[in-house]
Design a protein around this ligand. Structure first.
Ligand SMILES: [Zn+2]
Length: 100
């Protein structure tokens, strides 16, 4: 089983994520969760969602449906491409709105 650790807003837009391999331990989970919480607390990343603007950011770790890292990486790349397209669309709408 492959796991994913993410920083998410309440609408589940992902700010940052990492896949964790099948030899996953609760100790690794705590390490990732701590690291992600520090990223937000120290503002090493912008601590808000760039899609919806929410500042309620939290870390989450959950199993994926993928058994191998290769399957999970492929799915993650596809989701990332979809999110980037959504982001480009939202940025384009914001640019148009700011010119009016
Ligand atoms: Zn959001």
């Amino acid at each position: 089983m492959i796991y994913i650790v993410q920083l998410l807003c309440p609408a589940r837009h992902c700010l940052i994520g990492a896949l964790i391999g099948p030899d996953f331990s609760s100790q690794q989970e705590q390490k990732f969760m701590g690291y992600f919480h520090r990223l937000v607390a120290d503002e090493d990343i912008n601590p808000w969602c760039h899609t919806c603007g929410s500042r309620e950011i939290r870390a989450e770790c959950r199993p994926t449906k993928y058994r191998t890292m290769e399957e999970a990486k492929q799915a993650a790349k596809e989701l990332e491409a979809e999110q980037m397209e959504t982001r480009r669309h939202i940025d384009s709408i914001r640019r148009k709105a700011s010119r009016q």
